[in-house]
Design a protein around this ligand. Structure first.
Ligand code: ATR
Length: 269
């Protein structure tokens, strides 16, 4: 029986155990997936002890995604590009390999929708989540990636991952002009946070609007996009997508994505 878990702090509200538990049950696999609280000061010890635990690997969430890179023997090229690890696998020789499945989790719904070669994308925000998203956008062969952020220094740091141009919020309308993809990576629009107040009219016809916020699932941004006849991707799509790639790494089987609607209903309840 294979075992996996998610580590983070705090971890009580993680949806990952429900996602992986659903797929284990769907596939009839003998396996387990737990949530383990790991304080920042205990991360090094947790990683040192991971090879002798009974875990095949772990998902890594806030606040450990960047710090854990120091505690693995090697990283995949994608994880190294992003500078963050969200999945650690114990290899046959006992060493730890760091993966980043957030990149694929973000990019996969877009690649299924359209060919974005040469098109323009805009990312709102430049925090931890934006790193994997910029790498995902770079994998789509876009013509340009524009970052809109309050702090321009933080936005410019994303240039380590892929070529980007940076703007502040005063230029958001100009940045959105003709864009085929818009991604909100800020916490604006999340329950309890200020609203994200932007006008989507400058976007290209048929643009895709992606909001990584999943509480609420239907943000004001996505509602406006739908009203304008634009295509949308919500926060659960990326969450489920990154989990699906990690599930294969842990359990050696692909989840049945035809069951996503059932899973989404379960997560929303
Ligand atoms: P995460 O790791 O989830 O991406 P984060 O690192 O805290 O979270 O990043 C939050 C992002 O939302 C940042 O880009 C932040 O902008 P700054 O880099 O300028 O701080 C952005 N953000 C948060 N609250 C904001 C607000 N009230 N107005 C504008 N941007 C905001």
């Amino acid at each position: 029986m294979k075992r996996a878990a998610v580590i983070g702090y705090p971890i009580a509200h993680s949806k990952s155990p429900r996602i992986h538990g659903f797929w284990l049950q769907q596939l009839g696999l003998a396996g387990s997936y737990d949530a383990i609280e790991v304080l920042p000061e205990n991360l090094r010890r947790f990683c040192a002890e991971l090879p002798s635990s009974r875990l095949a690997g772990v998902n890594v969430t806030l606040p450990h995604k960047i710090a854990v890179a120091q505690h693995v023997a090697a990283m995949t090229p994608l994880a190294a590009q992003v500078g963050a690890v969200n999945t650690v696998i114990v290899q046959a020789d006992g060493s730890l390999l760091g993966h980043n499945t957030d990149v694929g989790g973000f990019a996969q719904p877009l690649t299924k929708m359209d060919d974005f070669t040469g098109k323009k994308a805009v990312v709102l925000g430049a925090g931890g989540a934006a790193r994997a998203i910029v790498a995902g956008l770079a994998s789509l062969g876009l013509g340009s990636i524009h970052i809109v952020n309050r702090s321009l220094d933080k936005a410019a740091e994303l240039g380590e991952i892929a070529p980007v141009s940076v703007q502040d919020w005063h230029s958001v309308d100009a940045a959105l002009e003709g864009a085929a993809i818009l991604v909100n990576t800020t916490s604006l629009g999340m329950t309890g946070q200020p609203p994200l107040d932007i006008n989507l009219s400058p976007l290209a016809t048929g643009a895709v609007v992606n909001d990584i916020v999943y509480a609420p699932l239907e943000t004001a941004l996505l509602a406006q996009a739908r009203q304008r006849g634009l295509r949308t991707i919500d926060g659960l799509d990326m969450l489920i997508g990154q989990a699906a790639e990690a599930f294969e790494l842990f359990f050696g089987a692909a989840p049945d994505r035809a069951e996503d609607a059932t899973l989404r209903a379960l997560l929303g309840s």
